[in-house]
Design a protein around this ligand. Structure first.
Ligand code: SF4
Length: 336
C-alpha cells in the first residue's frame, strides 16, 4: 500500500537556483493478493516515481508505504532486502536490467544466492532451469549460457521476470514492462503475467500509458495526472463510464477497434492542443487538470477538488461530482 504518499525532489537549475519537483502528491493505492491493478497516465505523470516508492528505491517525503498492513520505513540494507523478497520491480528496459557482462545463468544465480542463501549450487541450477521453463524459455539449457545481447527483447524480459520470480515475491511492480518490446510479442507477455497471477496469486501493479493493454490485463485501473491520482475503480466501470474528464480524454484518445472512426466526444476535439501536461515544479493551482479541462469551472482554478467515493471501490477527484454535474461526462461512453 501507498498511504497518502508524496515524493518531492529538489533540482538545481543552470543558474544555481533550486526548485522542488512535486513528482507524486498524496497518492494512495492498495494492492490485494491476486489483483492486477493498472496505473495509467501520460509520461511524467508520476507513475514511475510511485512504483519506485512502492519498491522502496525512494523513501517518501510524506505518507507511508505498508506491506501486509504494517508500515515499512528505514531499516537499512537488510530490511530493504527482506522487503524485496516480497516486492519486485520489473523495469521497462530489459536490456538495462540485466548485467550484459554475464550469462543468464549468472543473472539468475545471483538473485537466488542473495535471497535463498541456504541453497547449494546444484539446487540453484535446478531452480534457475525451472524458472526459465516457467517463463517459457525452453529448453532452458539453450538459454542458461547465453549473454543478454544474444537474446531478443522479449526473451530478455522473460529472463528479467524469471529473475524477479527467483525470490518468490508476493508483489510484482511492472513499470511499462512491454512498451519496449516488439508489438508482435506484447500479447504473449501480457498472457505470461496473467498466468503468473493465476498460478501464484501474485499481486501485480501494471504501469502503462496504454489503456488498451490495461483493459486487456487488469481488474482495476488507477489514473494518474500530474503527480496525483485522479480516478480509480473496477476496469469495466472506469472504461465504460469514466468519472474524471482526464480519464475520459485518455480513453477517447486510445485506439479502439470497436469505436467508429470519429466517434469522439466533440468536447475533446483539439484537446491535444489544449496544452502539455503541466510542470511539476509549479503545478497549476486548484485542480491540476484545469488548463486542459473542457468542464473547468471558476472553483477548479483555485480549489483542489476532493475525492468523491462512487461505490464499489470507485472514486474520482473532480468538482463535477460535488456540483451534481457528473452526468455531463456520460455524453459519450464505450463498453469495456
Ligand atoms: Fe475539470 Fe474541474 Fe473536474 Fe478538474 S475539478 S477535472 S478542472 S471539472
Amino acid at each position: 500500500e501507498a498511504r497518502n504518499v508524496s515524493k518531492h525532489f529538489t533540482v538545481r537549475g543552470s543558474l544555481g537556483r533550486s526548485a522542488v519537483v512535486q513528482a507524486v502528491q498524496d497518492a494512495t493505492v492498495r494492492l490485494k493478493p491476486g489483483q492486477i491493478l493498472a496505473l495509467v497516465g501520460e509520461s511524467g505523470s508520476g507513475k514511475t516515481t510511485l512504483a519506485r516508492l512502492l519498491a522502496r528505491f525512494y523513501e517518501p517525503t510524506s505518507g507511508e508505504i505498508a506491506l501486509r498492513g504494517e508500515p515499512v520505513a528505514g531499516g537499512g540494507r537488510a530490511a530493504r532486502r527482506a522487503y524485496h523478497s516480497d516486492v519486485q520491480l520489473i523495469f521497462q528496459d530489459p536490456f538495462g536490467s540485466l548485467n550484459p557482462l554475464h550469462r543468464v545463468r549468472y543473472n539468475l544465480d545471483r538473485a537466488l544466492k542473495l535471497h535463498h542463501p541456504s541453497l547449494d549450487g546444484d539446487a540453484r541450477l535446478r531452480r534457475a532451469t525451472a524458472l526459465l521453463e516457467r517463463v517459457s524459455l525452453t529448453p532452458a539449457a539453450d538459454y542458461l549460457d547465453k549473454f543478454p545481447h544474444e537474446l531478443s527483447g522479449g526473451q530478455r524480459q522473460r529472463v528479467v521476470i524469471a529473475r524477479a520470480l527467483a525470490v518468490e515475491p508476493k508483489v510484482l511492480l511492472g513499470d511499462e514492462p512491454i512498451s519496449m518490446l516488439d508489438v508482435s510479442i506484447r500479447l504473449e507477455m501480457l498472457n505470461l503475467l496473467e498466468k503468473l497471477r493465476a498460478e501464484d496469486g501474485l499481486a501485480l501493479l501494471y504501469i502503462t500509458h496504454d489503456i488498451a493493454s490495461a483493459r486487456y490485463l487488469c481488474d482495476d485501473i488507477a489514473v494518474m495526472y500530474a503527480g496525483q491520482m485522479v480516478e480509480s475503480g473496477p476496469k469495466e466501470e472506469v472504461i465504460a463510464a469514466p468519472q474524471h474528464p482526464y480519464t475520459k480524454l485518455l480513453i477517447e484518445s486510445s485506439p479502439d477497434p470497436e469505436r467508429a472512426a470519429g466517434d469522439r466526444d466533440e468536447l475533446f476535439e483539439g484537446a491535444d492542443e489544449l496544452g502539455e501536461p503541466p510542470s511539476l515544479i509549479d503545478p497549476p493551482a486548484g485542480c491540476r487538470f484545469h488548463p486542459r479541462c473542457p468542464f473547468a469551472m471558476t472553483q477548479c482554478r483555485s480549489e483542489a477538488p476532493p475525492v468523491t467515493g462512487l461505490g464499489d471501490g470507485h472514486w474520482a477527484r473532480c468538482w463535477l461530482h460535488q456540483h451534481g454535474r457528473a452526468g455531463e461526462l456520460a455524453r459519450t461512453t464505450h463498453a469495456a
